[in-house]
Design a protein around this ligand. Structure first.
Ligand code: CA
Ligand code: CA
Length: 534
């Protein structure tokens, strides 16, 4: 009897101290968020499809350089706003939605279906304070019979003399969408209206409405005289070619003769780096001579990295001591199995659609263990070459499982000053579930080791909002969606893991590196105002 009791006590003690050990080894990070700004509603409180019922399709938030205290905010549905950081007032700056008699700029603008369609991307030129330049990416319907030219009727400050569209860069197979990159020059950045000129730089064919072109970024520590100064990194999704059963388009992310499923690197300004670049086919931008495929016959010289499905969010991790150690990070949405965070290497082949996460992706779109000889053919056109390359693998991956999610959002290595506990942490979201995780950036660097089996550990983050603590953003978004008048029972869209709709959450950073989280479902921008680890 005594033996049994002491065994029980010993057992209890083991469990108790075991739990203590687990708790001590795995402290819980909780971030505190506050409502920051309520987006003007561009969706419907009750509607059809997955896009209409998102209250505002906020998709990019960038702080104006130079300390003007203004955020520029893009809504996929068309508007580009200026948001005053003090008054929280939104001022419409440009509107891209010129469909069917609407008052915006582009009559072929497309938003009707596909989660990522509309005004997808917005970024300031690093020299914006001097030159007033910024860049946008939007989607157009090439089958539209509307006029292709921009229409400045409602934006008379836009001078269109000499404005012409470009020939689209061809993508093998049937085409549903075109992604359009435009450079804008505002001659007076100090006011809240646009006056100046625009140049279409690039137009890319996409096979379907899914996984378009969108996010872009400049290396934030590059200065005048550096090779990366004013050099634009632009992601282009695979247009859903890689999962297609149509074998004529399935290899597109692997083929170096097209721009889909790629990270691109170009110099938008024809007067920059002129001695270290060549002029693009369409004459509108320059291609740096140190891009990896400039000397490969048949390959598109714009390509910086490839073999990606939907690398829709880019960020830079900065080494303040040595800019050569800066790393470009891409979150890429997976098919049925793995969501991934990738450290982008020059010329890297990220394997898709022959790999997903660190597994083999088969022709039936299921995964299997990697082959013993882990190489894939170098492919430029329709035929394979006799060369092979070793794929580059993610540094973080999570599955489509109850503890995981459906679609990676965006993430940033926190570089701000207000919340010291977040420093050195890569904080990222899952779009549908509204889950938030962090990984230590040093673990991500360690996982970028050429070994597909090693990944950075990541840790779930809880969320404090209005004096309650939540496991995910989902209930916060759903409460707010209903509080703003949303009439649907659940949030819009599909998610296998999230089940009832999509929370639709992503992170952004301001000029000080402070974090914001924004959501399409409830059309809200929230600021991360604190964090505790205990
Ligand atoms: Ca202006
Ligand atoms: Ca690894």
């Amino acid at each position: 009897m005594r033996n049994v009791s002491s065994r029980r006590i010993a057992c209890f003690a083991l469990v108790f101290f075991g739990l203590m050990r687990v708790q001590a080894a795995e402290p819980q990070l909780t971030i505190e968020i506050k409502d920051y700004a309520t987006m003007p509603m561009t969706g419907l409180t009750q509607g059809r499809g997955s896009n209409e019922v998102l209250l505002a399709r906020v998709n990019a938030i960038r702080e104006e350089p130079g300390g003007a205290s203004r955020l520029f905010v893009a809504d996929l549905n068309g508007p580009l706003y200026i948001l005053d950081k003090n008054s929280k007032k939104f001022t419409p700056y440009l509107d891209f939605d010129g469909r069917e008699g609407r008052s915006g700029l582009f009559h072929r603008f497309f938003i009707a279906s596909g989660y990522g369609n509309g005004l997808n991307g917005f970024y300031f030129d690093p020299d914006y304070r001097r030159n007033g330049k910024f860049y946008t990416v939007h989607m157009e319907d090439p089958a539209s019979t509307a006029a292709a030219a921009a229409d400045n009727t409602h934006f008379p400050g836009l001078k269109l003399t000499g404005y012409t569209t470009t020939q689209p860069v061809k993508t093998p197979g049937p085409i549903q969408n075109e992604g359009v990159l435009i450079e804008w020059t505002d001659t007076n950045p100090s006011n809240s209206t646009f006056e100046g000129t625009a140049r279409e730089l690039l137009r890319v064919q996409l096979n379907t409405r899914s996984h378009p072109m969108g996010d872009m970024i400049f290396n934030p520590t590059a200065r005048r005289g550096d090779a990366d100064w004013r050099v634009l990194y632009l992601e282009c999704g695979d247009g859903a070619s890689g999962e297609s059963r149509n074998v004529d388009i399935r290899p597109n992310p692997q083929r170096l003769d097209n721009l889909t499923g790629k990270i691109l690197r170009i110099i938008p300004d024809l007067n920059e780096h002129t001695s270290a670049s060549t002029v693009s086919d369409n004459g509108r931008y320059l291609i740096p001579n140190d891009n990896p495929f400039v000397d490969v016959p048949g390959a598109r010289p714009e390509i910086w990295a490839y073999g990606l499905r939907n690398p829709h969010r880019l960020s830079w991790a900065i080494d303040p001591g040595n800019a050569a150690n800066n790393r470009l990070i891409a979150g890429s949405v997976g098919l049925h199995t793995w969501e991934t965070v990738n450290i982008i290497r020059k010329g890297g082949n990220y394997g898709y659609p022959l790999r997903e996460g660190n597994e083999l992706l088969k022709a039936d779109n299921t995964t299997a263990p990697r082959p013993a000889a882990d190489t894939i053919p170098l492919q430029i056109g329709a035929e394979l070459t006799d060369k092979v390359v070793t794929p580059v693998y993610p540094v973080i991956q999570y599955g489509h499982v109850p503890s995981g999610g459906d679609a990676i959002g965006s993430g940033f290595v926190y570089n701000g000053k207000a919340i010291p506990v977040l420093r050195g942490k890569f904080v990222f979201s899952d779009i549908t579930t509204g889950r938030i995780w962090y990984a230590d950036y040093k673990d991500m660097l360690a996982a970028d080791d050429g070994n597909p089996a090693t990944m950075a550990p990541f840790h779930e983050v809880k969320i404090r909002w209005n004096n309650e603590t939540y496991d995910t953003m989902f209930p916060i978004n759903e409460l707010t969606y209903h509080a703003r008048g949303g009439k649907e029972v659940h949030l819009a869209g599909n998610g296998t893991v999230a089940n009832l709709g999509r929370a639709d959450d992503r992170f952004a950073v301001d000029a000080n590196g402070e974090l914001y989280i924004y959501s399409k479902s409830d059309g809200m921008i929230r600021q991360v105002v604190g964090a505790v680890m205990r």
